[in-house]
Design a protein around this ligand. Sequence first.
Ligand SMILES: Cc1ncc(COP(=O)(O)O)c(C=O)c1O
Ligand SMILES: N[C@@H](CCOP(=O)(O)O)C(=O)O
Length: 497
Amino acid sequence: MSSSPTATFFSKHHQLPPVHRHRSSPPTTINCTSSPTSVTTTNNRQPIPSLLPFSAKYVPFNTVTDESYSLDEIIYRSRSGGLLDVQHDMDALKQFDGKYWRSLFDSRVGRTAWPYGSGVWSKKEWVLPEIDNDDIVSCFEGNSNLFWAERFGKQNLGGMNDLWVKHCGISHTGSFKDLGMTVLVSQVNRLRQMNKPLVGVGCASTGDTSAALSAYCAAAGIPSIVFLPANKISMAQLVQPIANGAFVLSMDTDFDGCMKLILEITSELPIYLANSLNSLRLEGQKTAAIEILQQFDWEVPDWVIIPGGNLGNIYAFYKGFKMCEELGLVDRIPRLVCAQSANANPLYIHYKSGWKNFMPVKATTTFASAIQIGDPVSIDRAVYALKNSDGIVEEATEEELMDEMAAADSTGMFVCPHTGVALVALKKLREKGVIGKSDRTVVVSTAHGLKFTQAKIEYHSKEIEGMSCKFENPPVEVAAEYGAVMDVLTKHLSKVS
Ligand SMILES: Cc1ncc(COP(=O)(O)O)c(C=O)c1O
Ligand SMILES: N[C@@H](CCOP(=O)(O)O)C(=O)O
């Protein structure tokens, strides 16, 4: 019996359908690979000599030093214990102008040529330029909907007309983590092909990283191990790694406790760390920023608002925008806003103190459970991103975030509580007049609302202690009889008309 094509689709050894094997080059542009000798024009196939190859390496984050590491090394921190960053050879990338890169990226959208149809791998030269296409583990992530939130903007924000929601949660495993995980798991796949001693990949998680890790590992046949804080993630998130065959450890601690443990374990055992401390993840996540520019035909929005927890994503967005500026695709970057839950707000406190001495906090329960993080590993990256984008940090209380989520849902979206946090930040900045009525603004929606149905059910049944749930919309129980249905319906219609 032949095996299911979907089961083996991403395996290196599987014979992909011809359309996926075909490495197409965009029309009227140059077909770039990582080797300078193979950079050719599509018209005459003449090699262009002396071009620098595209390459990337790890360097200490925001530090001037000669220290650097190959991406094929298993390393997460610099010699001094600081964060790492993936540094691309910008001189090599600058051999091509902004117009070239724009048209190359545009030409790959929605295509099936492996792996460029992925929103991440369509930017391969800027992500992991040296990986072999056969080693890539992709679920064709990215290319997510940039939704014009017309009704929400008009109704809830005093006629704001240029408001957009980037639905990163409408994705393979239901969150933006897919963008980073395709890169990390592809690199692990490559390292395993190189016989590096890696028995598996592990992460601590509030539910989305674990879902993405387990799915991408399962697609590639790589063991995954996830550390979850018991009873602190949604049921939908818990079942994702279970279904994907991960080794799931449920621990009586919070995310910060799980994070501490995975760092200790991965330093002892040959398990590769998949959290965003690992800067490879951010290379994939930064493509969401590039995609936003692309979806606006390379016009730059004024504001981008991102919910923050472990704080890798805010830096990933900054990096994506900054690369586009440096390589001439756009001439400026947007102002960034990081939005936190008031119950898990170490960055907000740090911002309000004028960036004086960062102090972790003990994060308490929040409906935005995926950002219940008190000691974010990427604090330095976030501060850098915000300082260099004239950024702002805002916070949202439980009632504010749940109301905003419900208000967004009532205009046709179905967003997660973290998106609610970002929408509160927008509302507060509009009310203060910081964000103008006609400013082009993008709110990044980070996970699918279907992962958080329990929170929505509690809200709409007014089951949340101390919360007025002003947008509640509970189902009406009615007898299955014509008269009874008519009564409730006419009453209802008289109210809405
Ligand atoms: C749904 C969701 N939104 C936002 C975040 C915050 O992202 P980051 O940790 O990169 O700040 C996370 C994870 O932390 C998440 O899972
Ligand atoms: N929300 C995250 C928390 C961990 O973040 P990471 O980006 O460092 O992996 C999750 O879903 O686990």
